[in-house]
Design a protein around this ligand. Structure first.
Ligand SMILES: NC(=O)c1ccc[n+]([C@@H]2O[C@H](COP(=O)([O-])OP(=O)(O)OC[C@H]3O[C@@H](n4cnc5c(N)ncnc54)[C@H](OP(=O)(O)O)[C@@H]3O)[C@@H](O)[C@H]2O)c1
Length: 355
């Protein structure tokens, strides 16, 4: 019996979303053989799996990560509901001519949107790259808890049959605290600094969602992309200082290309085996000195003059601690789940972003 080979490029069609129906198999004419044995050739006809269309409500959709995610989901014909604080601002980011059919809702309408959704992605939160006055620190934490509570309450108040099947809620690798020597994965305990406290409270708010809703907490590393996040802010100072290391250069930098992050969130929406905490960091974190030397080579800048901490703090505020005091975080769960990173190495990620 001969079974057809499946080219590597089509094996992904055998993900959980695919089904192999009896009609996928075609049995050809029997083979004649001199020894009297008659075998059959079986051809598998692999049809492209039609992913189920989802309706997804997204908080923080107007942000750096959210915009990328919405673009991908919309391109794949999923229905999107943008849950925002400002309809007019969201409409300018997602104009109807480019995003036909997209629903944009302010807070009073969030619950209605969530009711009609099969999934929710929760990305909202006040940016941390600011000066951290006591009031701002409070707002950084409260903004995340408030939006997450609102989403969780809206889900829990619905009748079971009307609830979205999955909530993918953002959190950050700041959960683990910072260290130059330790290696963190999803099993590691939380740290003791301010960002760790923010992440713990943010996650415990998400954990209040009804336990029949699949909850995925994505602990995001530094997301790298051209049009936002830390990299966009770091590049101008880096250029100004001839591109040397930031701070001591020994700190760990747990990064992820924003496209891989979007793919991970997308997979978490569709794949029921994705549940609990998943670190969203590339499999090869680097020390910041190495990151800067790759950045220098990609930007064509010599990488020798250290960028003073003060310069970085001037643009990132105390939020610079994320870069200046890093942590080495590994994506153990994503690897166990078989997630394939398009950009496992920072040099290739930077080249793709900056070329
Ligand atoms: N970017 C990274 O490297 C990174 C790393 C780790 C974790 N994360 C987390 O991932 C999430 C998305 O990141 P991002 O970089 O896309 O964030 P972002 O660009 O700062 O966007 C976040 C969105 O949150 C909403 N928002 C802003 N301030 C708010 C406030 N005070 N109260 C309520 N909502 C507010 C805004 O949406 P509306 O104006 O439409 O309401 C904004 O578009 C954030 O929660 C962030 O902490 C990001």
């Amino acid at each position: 019996m001969e079974v057809c080979g499946v080219p590597a490029t089509t094996t992904s069609a055998f993900s959980w979303t695919s089904s192999i129906s009896p009609s996928s198999f075609h049995v050809s004419q029997p083979l004649s053989s001199k020894g009297g044995f008659k075998g059959f050739k079986i051809f598998c006809v692999i049809q492209d799996a039609q992913p189920q269309k989802m309706t997804i409500s997204v908080t923080g959709a107007t942000g750096f990560i959210g915009r990328r995610l919405v673009k991908r989901l919309h391109a794949d014909n999923h229905s999107i509901k943008v849950l925002t604080r400002s309809k007019s601002q969201a409409q300018s980011i997602f104009p109807d001519r480019e995003f036909p059919g997209i629903v944009i809702a302010e807070e009073s309408d969030w619950k209605n949107c969530i009711q009609g959704s099969s999934a929710v992605v929760n990305l909202a939160g006040m940016p941390i790259s600011t000066r951290w006055s006591p009031e701002i620190k409070k707002e950084i934490k409260q903004s995340r808890i408030k939006v997450t509570s609102k989403v969780v309450e809206a889900i829990n108040e619905l009748e079971e049959a009307m609830r979205p099947a999955v909530l993918v809620s953002a959190t950050a690798v700041g959960y683990y605290g910072t260290s130059e020597t330790q290696v963190f994965d999803e099993q590691s305990p939380s740290g003791s600094d301010y960002l760790a406290e923010v992440c713990r409270e943010w996650e415990s708010t998400a954990l209040k969602v009804d336990n029949k809703v699949r909850l995925v907490r994505i602990r995001i590393g530094v997301a790298l992309g051209r049009d936002g996040g830390a990299l966009a802010k770091m590049i101008p100072i880096f250029m100004m200082f001839a591109g040397g290391p930031l701070g001591s250069g020994k700190q760990w930098f747990s990064w992820i290309h924003v496209d891989d992050l979007v793919s991970l969130i997308y997979e978490a929406l569709q794949n029921p085996t994705y549940e609990g905490v998943i670190n969203a960091t590339a499999p090869n974190p680097v020390r910041l000195g190495e990151m800067c030397s790759h950045l220098g080579s990609v930007l064509g800048r010599p990488s020798w003059l250290p960028v003073p901490d003060l310069a970085l703090k001037a643009v990132l505020g105390e939020g610079a601690t994320v870069v200046l005091e890093g942590q080495r975080v590994l994506p153990a769960k994503a690897k166990e789940l078989g997630f394939s990173f398009k950009y496992p190495y920072v040099k290739e990620a930077l080249k793709a972003i900056l070329s």
